[in-house]
Design a protein around this ligand. Structure first.
Ligand code: DC
Length: 222
């Protein structure tokens, strides 16, 4: 494999296994994993903790000057630090999950974060997961992948993730939520979720994370 450290992007809808894949891929390659969704979640956490309405863009934007997000890495795994506090767990709570789509659809929020994401990933040696990683953040990335899976598989994965945190959501409700999030992320004006034209598409409905990572590494080596 090339000695130069690459920029690898993984885009795809909610529950497509991006974060699991990106984490494992980064570990196997000795790269760091840049979870761009965590940064949108950190802003959403700040918005909610200040009782700002996430659906009023001007109010959300007015908070940006007060927001400092730092990422640290322990064994290549990202910790998300919001104004000096480690919020890596808090940003996964259900309130944040329910409001992050609204916050991430605001143009100024995206500009604020994309600039930071570009500065982080530029030296290479990053696996970057998001919705716009291969289209907006790094349109010239060395390798681009678009992960997808059928909606049932994605809903079951999300259900399991939540179950691990003692949150029980019925399957139908989960599938509806995933569908709603897809529709919102694909339909928004700012950086909608689209497959980068030059990305390799991987449908992982019937793959284990390990199989998928092996497959991606083979594709990178080719
Ligand atoms: O991957 P995730 O579920 O943590 O992402 C949270 C939200 O942030 C999701 O609604 C889509 C949005 N997002 C985005 O708009 N752009 C990114 N690069 C990453 C996430």
């Amino acid at each position: 494999m090339s000695a130069r450290k690459l920029i690898i992007t993984l885009d795809g809808p909610a529950g497509s296994g991006k974060s699991t894949t990106a984490k494992q891929l980064a570990q196997r390659l000795g790269y760091a994993y840049l979870d761009t969704g965590a940064m949108y979640r950190a802003i959403t956490l700040m918005v909610l903790s200040r009782n700002v309405n996430p659906s009023i863009p001007a109010d959300v934007v007015s908070l940006l000057p007060e927001i400092k997000i730092e990422l640290t890495y322990i064994d290549g795994i990202q910790k998300t630090i919001l104004n000096g506090k480690d919020v890596s767990e808090d940003i996964r709570n259900i309130d944040v999950t329910n409001h992050v789509s609204a916050v991430s659809s605001i143009r100024e929020v995206r500009q604020f974060l994309v600039k930071q994401q570009q500065a982080i990933g530029k030296p290479g040696g990053y696996v970057i997961d998001g919705r716009d990683a291969g289209t907006v953040i790094f349109p010239d990335a060395d390798k681009k992948f678009f992960l997808t899976a059928d909606i049932e598989t994605r809903a079951r994965r999300r259900q399991k993730e939540l179950e691990a945190n003692n949150v029980i959501v019925p399957f139908n409700k989960m599938a509806e939520e995933i569908h709603a999030r897809d529709t919102f992320d694909e339909g928004r004006d700012e950086s909608p979720l689209v497959k980068p034209a030059d990305a390799m598409v991987i449908d992982n409905s019937n793959m284990t994370p390990e199989e998928q990572v092996d497959y991606i590494i083979r594709l990178i080596q080719d």
